[in-house]
Design a protein around this ligand. Structure first.
Ligand code: AMP
Ligand code: GLY
Length: 425
């Protein structure tokens, strides 16, 4: 079968790499892609916001399945358009994608179905938000309702900071995304991510991961899209995973189905493991980036077969995904300046010297035939190992072989888990 993959990051390179291994695949197309994705797929120029252009391409090229990587296209309803044209899609429709597109939507759903999450209030005006502040202790968490590229969450330590955060949001710093806000209780515990594939009826666990959001070593500095990740997240024990599935993920999937807007695709639950049990911090309606890279590294079964079964609503009959017992870890090499304004055009060399790791391309492009940086996160150097420590050693060995003078990376990806492994002896 022919498949079209939309997106251009390290996540999509990992998906392309895995889809290309499937015996079911005839031709993989990708758009906009990147040079790494180009090693696995034929790159085509399509505008994802022009839904007609995508459907016409699928018709002309006998594309049977479209895999949508980034959230923007999902929230924009591209999946709805494709489904209406009888084209199979991996990724949810517009309404269920609101699980990621609107924090208020998710919180209200949690409230209706008794899904464990931080206590909250939704406010559509500054006056309403300010009036709600005294109901919360400090620190308090203030979130722009809509998509804000990971920047719309402020943890305010003082009431002044909280008021300033509300000023910023209602003054339009996040555009439409900040025209309403969620105020919520600050949760303490360790964060972990849990993934599930669902066709709206069946739910299949799809592994766990932890990422490093801060730019600097020791989890310091500003937040980023993620500077590295590893899988599995062993803090999420089988018992806790069961709780997450039974009390958070399955009720969410059931609620959306009952409301006539089933969620089909991958549901990414960001969790806080609190003393009172796992609580939902947020949902994403797509794979994480760079979490996807470590999941793909560990996935031993056919991704395309699973995506196809999901898109057809036949997940219940599909073979369950099989993951290696190995751990996987990815180190993000970013361009200096990230997460602010990254240096563009920096040369990248030495990828052919990498052994025992897979380098997924994120922000790369070809300039006069040479590989250069074109984004904030540039390469995702990913390795497998019997332990997180072994995977970490293999990934950093590969990082050392790469020549990227205008780049930087964190030197401590996986530190928490490596410390635990050492303690366990
Ligand atoms: P989100 O975009 O909702 O995932 O939030 C980004 C980050 O903010 C999360 O990964 C957490 O580290 C932090 N965060 C969000 N909500 C809370 C909360 N209620 N309590 C503590 N930390 C939070
Ligand atoms: N790495 C976080 C995300 O993909 O949302």
């Amino acid at each position: 079968m022919n498949v079209l993959l939309l997106g251009s990051g390290g996540r999509e390179h990992a998906l392309a790499w895995k889809i290309a291994q499937s015996p079911l695949l005839t031709q993989l197309y990708a758009s906009p892609g990147n040079p790494g994705i180009g090693q696995e797929a034929r790159i085509v120029a399509l505008n994802p916001s022009k839904h007609d252009e995508i459907t016409a391409f699928c018709r002309e090229n006998a594309v049977e399945l479209v895999v949508i990587g980034p959230e923007a296209s999902l929230v924009d309803g591209l999946a709805d358009t494709l489904r209406a044209q009888n084209i199979l899609v991996f990724g949810p429709n517009k309404v269920p994608a609101q699980l990621e597109g609107s924090k208020g939507f998710t919180k209200e759903l949690c409230a209706r179905h008794d899904i464990p999450t931080a206590r909250f209030v939704c406010a559509a005006s500054k006056a309403e938000a300010e009036a709600a502040l005294p109901d919360f202790g400090l620190p308090v968490v203030i979130k722009a309702d809509g998509l804000a590229a990971g920047k719309g969450v402020i943890i305010a330590e003082t009431t002044e900071e909280a008021r300033a955060a509300l000023d910023t949001m209602f003054d339009g710093a996040f555009g439409e995304a900040g025209s309403s806000v969620v105020i919520e209780e600050f949760l303490t515990g360790e964060e972990a991510s849990f993934f599930a594939i669902t066709d709206g009826k069946s739910v299949v666990p799809f592994g766990s991961a932890q990422d490093h959001k801060r730019v600097g070593d020791g989890d310091t500095g500003p937040n980023t899209g993620g500077m590295g990740a590893y899988s599995p997240a062993r803090v999420l024990t089988p018992e806790l995973e069961r709780q997450v599935l039974d009390r958070i993920v399955q009720p969410t999937v059931d609620a959306l189905a009952a409301e006539g807007t089933p969620f089909s695709g991958v549901l990414y639950a960001g969790l806080m493991l609190t003393e009172a049990g796992p609580k939902l911090i947020e949902y994403n309606a797509r794979f994480g980036d760079p979490e996807c890279q470590v999941l793909m590294m560990r996935l031993d079964s056919d991704l395309l077969a699973l995506m196809l079964a999901t898109a057809k609503g036949e997940l219940g009959k599909a073979e369950a995904p099989r993951f290696s017992d190995d751990a996987a870890l990815t180190v993000v090499m970013a361009a200096k300046g990230y997460p602010g304004t990254p240096d563009k055009g920096g040369a990248i060399a030495g990828l052919e010297r990498v052994h025992g790791a897979k380098v997924f391309h994120a922000g790369t492009t070809l300039a006069d035939g040479r590989l250069v940086a074109s984004g904030g996160r540039v390469l995702n150097v990913t390795a497998r190992g019997a332990t997180i420590h072994a995977a970490q050693a293999a990934a950093y060995k590969a990082v050392a072989a790469i020549d990227f003078p205008s780049g930087f990376y964190r030197r401590d990806i996986g530190w928490r888990e490596v410390a635990r492994e050492k303690q366990a002896g």
